[in-house]
Design a protein. Sequence first.
Lengths: 274, 339, 554
Amino acid sequence: MNAIIKNPLALAGLMIIAIISFMAIFAPLITPFDPDAINVKSILLSPSSAHWMGTDGLGRDVYSRMLFGARISLLVGIVAVGIATVIGIVLGAISGFYRGWVDTVIMRLVDVMLSIPTFFLILAVIAFLTPSIWNIMIVIGLTSWMGVTRLVRAEFLSLRNREFVLASQTLGATDRRLIFKQLLPNSLTPIIVSSVLGIASAVLVESGLSFLGLGVQAPQASWGNILTDGKEYIEFAWWLSLFPGLAILITVMGYNLLGEGLRDALDPRTSNNK
Amino acid sequence: MLKYLMNRLLWMVPLLVGISLISFLIMHLAPGDITSTEASFNPKTSEESRQKLRELYHLDKPVIVQYGLWLKRMSTLDFGRSFASHQSPVFWQETDKDGNITKGMIQEALPVTLLINVLSLSLIIAMALPLGVISALTQNKLPDRSITIFVFIGFAIPSFWLALMLMYWTGVSHNWLPISGLHSLGAEKMPWLAQWIDGLKHLTLPILISGLTGLAGISLFVRNGMLDVLHQDYITTARAKGLSENTVVYKHALRNALLPLITIFGLSIPGLIGGSVIAESIFAIPGMGKLFYDAVLMRDFPVIMGILTIGSALTLIGNLLADLAYAWADPRVRKGVVQ
Amino acid sequence: MQEKPQITRVFTCLVAALMALLLMSCSQQRNEGTANFNQTYPSEAGGTLVDAMSGEPSGLIAMIAGESSASTIASNIFNSLLKYDKNLELTGELAQSWDVSADQKTITFHLKPNLKWADGKPLTSEDVLFTWQLVTDDKTRTPYGADYKLVKKAEAPDPETFKVTYAQPYAPALDSWSGLHILPKHLLAGQDINNTPFARNPVGSHYYQLDQWKKGESISLKRNVNATQGQAKIDHLVSRIIPDRAAQFLELMADNIDSMSLNSIQYARIFPSRPDLTSKIAQYKELGNSYTYLGFNLKRKPFDDVRVRQAINYAIDKQEIIDGVLLGLGLPVASPYKPGTRWSNPELHPYPYDPKKAIALLKEAGFEDHDHDGILDKDGQPLSFEILTNQNKEREMSAVLVQRRLKEIGIDVKIRVVEWATFISRFIKTGDFNVVLLGWGLGLEPDQFNIWHSSQQAPGQFNFIGYNNPTVDKLLEDGRMELNPDKRMKIYHEFAKILLEDSPVVYLFAGYGLPAIHKRVKGIDDPAPPAGIGHNSYGWYIPAPLRRNEISAE
């Protein structure tokens, strides 16, 4: 934590995430309008004191939709990464702990998944399963666990022969105990870093899917589909694309800065020349 | 070296089987088939003609038979003909009995996508190397921080949004660059130099955007690699010997930091190919990404499976080349000392 | 102190080089004409018209390709026997005239004399017969064969006569002959129509012929000197393939394409606020080709109760949807026919917005808010359902407005938007839906047997809402047999009246088509006739001073 505070970029990232999460969580309390309230008489109003970010093609308040959209966008990122991380830890742990043919099979699976263009895979699966928010989370999760698997496996392989592990093993610790009490806690750092970075990518993937019409579906608001709605009027109703665009940009940056900051801070190699 | 190559090639076989299985499974997630595309939802379409289409494409055979047919065809690179686009072979050109050549869909789409990816990779290298090195040399100081922020903006900005803004700015407001497409109308009548410039102008924005998106990963990799190397004993030794900083940085550190970069390029191929969907849709470029997206919406199975397989095969080849280059550069690898 | 590495310098050089390259590539400015586009010019031949399409056709034989982009382009290349004129009445195209036999079973078409294909070969009734054989051949992969298979016997007794005999009178026959592009026998005989290279290199008889097809980029047509219908004014038509509509609009603004169809925001909001656009681009408004409706699954409760359907109809404010979704650029409809045409019954009016009546009807049907949770219920079941629609901005937005109005009278509505192919295969074909928000074409041919007849409910057929009304069935059957236009009109007016009362669907609106065309293109009818502005596109012209600088070989 200290290391983060010392790194201004990581700190900025953390604050961005904190603020945006706060706004997403308390969205119902701080939005001036119902995000779905239609008003045919106030279509496409530019930002004003009543509508801070203007209104959209159905007269809905963009600011309110942005806050509720934040919930969806962040949820997609966090759940998707959660799924990927769980799969990654399980497979990586099995692979790194037991080695042998299990390791070979899992690593080949990782290679296969890594060689298929991931976005193609996501696109095809989501289109076929119909793009609901749950499908999007699951599919992004199921296609992004390979990095974590490799990380966990590598950590396990290197920790496996460390003295403290060997010692507990001689003392008769069970496999389960070894994995959960010794190996996993010591591999957490890279897992956290990769999860934080993964959330950033997932938010971007959702916006890309929205652009292609396969993201979170209207009338539910997500940053991706608000941005896509506004793309045809980029210079006319600029507020429709500017705010969601900036929101994605800032949030993804926040997660990236935090992730890289964490990596820098926690990696002894890159931080010892102060 | 030859043994190493053979070894690597053999590794690819199980991967290819895995890829064939995954691409086949995905197709069977789909409840829709060719007969449920737009054309068939016209009141004038009769159910019998739909059934006819299904039979023609073996959609009525058991799944396992379909996979068998698929595996057999994949091994001979025969991806069949497109469902939606009746005329076209999926992968490579075919000649009919009258000598008419029908070009393959992937055959036509692949070069554009490869060209854009090669150019944007070059752009990424050209920018990432200096940015990464400057970042490492000024670690945690202002230049490092600004570069980090800059490359992250490139990564974090939704690419289609940036693309539209740049299209508006350079194409509508200022008339500097064409907005979409690959050639101007009538470009084929221009002299070759003008044609070449015309093509380059059309590719400027797509390459720039794809380059910006990919910059962060590589430049951070260079930065961290450099930092890593700069703290190694032999660098300290070199400095102690009184070598100039330039010699230390460029002769000793950079070369060693670059080595792992080769592998990263192999790994970044699927990301670049996948990312082409959005860029190609927005810039109206007839490449692999656009082809794939259309095929998904049309449930054009042969094309989807063909592209997934060819795309993955390209990645495998890319990885193979990267491994070979690495082995060539680092004798320890090819002797099997390090994996 | 460490010396400063030269990297910074190297990098500066690199950036400078890159900028230079960029600037070099940008240095060629287009010279913009300052011509006054509003001036009138005499009609003259020549020039190029550029437009954009979202998808690329798979081929140019419309009966095989199926996509709308294919038929749009193919209809500039191929003729049919008949066509619709500017007032949407049938008239001859390749046919000079046609006679219907006394028993109404035989139609004889008399072709115009001296018709030619673009390659100079004569076009005769043999070609028509050949095309009929193709479209009815079981090996031909066409979804459009059904109409033509009803022909019991087709003959070409002489080169200028084509005669078809039906087993029984079939009124939609004439319409069907306006939709079949006649193909050349001398080029296609013996070929596999499904895979012929002809589809990419067609030879037709209409105003234009294929000039160049750049895969994935554009399709260019040039004037056909042997055209059967006279000469078009504009020399070249180019259709660029631009999938993204936002990119299309940028291309229109930058003057790189001459026409595209606008959406209502572009039409009603962006254009009026941009004098630079209105000074060079003209906006048109024409009757649309489809209507949007809310359709009930009549096999499910509570939609089997006509009072519930009528109540929902009363509870939806159609004008609000037209104003909100289409910014006023649409019409309410009360029948599935183009407003103002012969088949549309002028005495019918849409259900007015009347929430009180809606509540009363629902009460009559047993729906009241017994448990006071704000949602009506009957036998403990709340009145709650899901509206299913596909990805289409107008439909999504209409669904949202419908949802709000229904909520006001105590109906709980959820909205689900699904991608098209899945929509059809998973919900429509299986009948697994409650309410859909979709569109149907406003056909020029009044026969809607496929959509409303009770026999058309099998999976994959078009009466997927399960409409079953014996009176309507009878009218639809009669309408198919009646070739006298006046008697036919009465049948379909009656049909539309019953349909409106039964309310198996709620007609929401028929939107206008909103083409925008650069003002350099002259000769366009404004206001648009019922057939739309495109009916005389062969007479459009681009005066020489207003043409784009065409790149020449020099």
